[in-house]
Design a protein around this ligand. Sequence first.
Ligand code: SF4
Length: 380
Amino acid sequence: MNWTDVADLVIKGNNREVEHVLKNYPYIPAIAEDLRKKKLQVLEDLPRYIQETMKNVEKLGGHAYLARDADEARKIIGKIVSTKKTVVFSKSNVAYEIGLREFLQETGNDAWETDLGEYLVQLQNGWPAHIVAPAIDLTREDAATLVSRIDKNITKDSKIEDIVAAVRKFLMDKYIKADVGITGANAVAADSGSIALVENEGNIRIDSVLPQTHISVTGIDKIVPTLPDALNEIYVQSAYAGLFPPTYINITSGPSSTGDIELKRVSPATGPKDFHLVLIDNGRLNASRDEKIKEALLCIKCGRCYLACPVYRAIGKEWISTKSPYGGPTGVMWNYITNNDPWPASFCMHSGGCSEVCPMKIDIPTVIREIKSRGNRTLS
Ligand code: SF4
């Protein structure tokens, strides 16, 4: 199967699923509309919301950090993890953005992606083809060839079920040994300091509960005012990704705790002893003050705009060939924000399909037009 066939298959499947979700759960668009307002409210005063979030994480017995850039974030996390640890990662775009897994491997840790698609991308030493389905560009044969490296029973003819079972077996061993679990966060609630995560595989639940240290690394753009807003972001993201209802929703509010004796809340209980939230700026604060770019920060990474874009359909992940986790139309905006790179914008044909399907109603073509013109100005 070539890339165009894969893209056609995914587009048809995603459109069918999203239509089905919106028909069966008609309250979703109204939640999306409200979420847009709440996220805009945060962008009006992002520094205050950052402070409120960090204060509430500490109140819960967790530790909160604000990293200005990728280097600072790697240093903070490197210090927490230290060396010679087993580290399990669940799908985190921000971890990719700052090159965290490679950094922890280089500093002597055994670090593994546990989302199946990300695991295949790790074996491939590549970068994600899509924000929700990172390995959509790989066929069954490609996956089998990669997985045969860790399980000699897997051959080119192995069934998908057998490939999945081989990865599951390999990762079970890593989960048991893991000292540190690193997750992202789909949303962070300022009023409680809680993080919300959505998934289907169950790996995030294990990564965030079994290892004795849980680190959540995410962007400051993920902050929403309240815990119900965080849940709303989960509902909207999974609905427009075509994966609704999601199999698992995880809320983490500090390290594990119990109030079973005299109602005194004591920590730790069974789960992690430590919880760390590392919030990353890396260009987001500047973007929030930039009237022509700030809409991009509303993105909830549902991945719909990729599939509505003729440029992505034609060239896939090569569009943004910087090993960025952000691709497609949103990747053009995010590559500019986090990597100060305007050049992917020059490929945009302004078809406008992206903004038509975006649940956050981001005017993506206008933001990209601005990035394109800034890129052109640096040439003259
Ligand atoms: S820009 Fe919109 S459609 Fe694209 S990933 Fe973000 S929220 Fe989804």
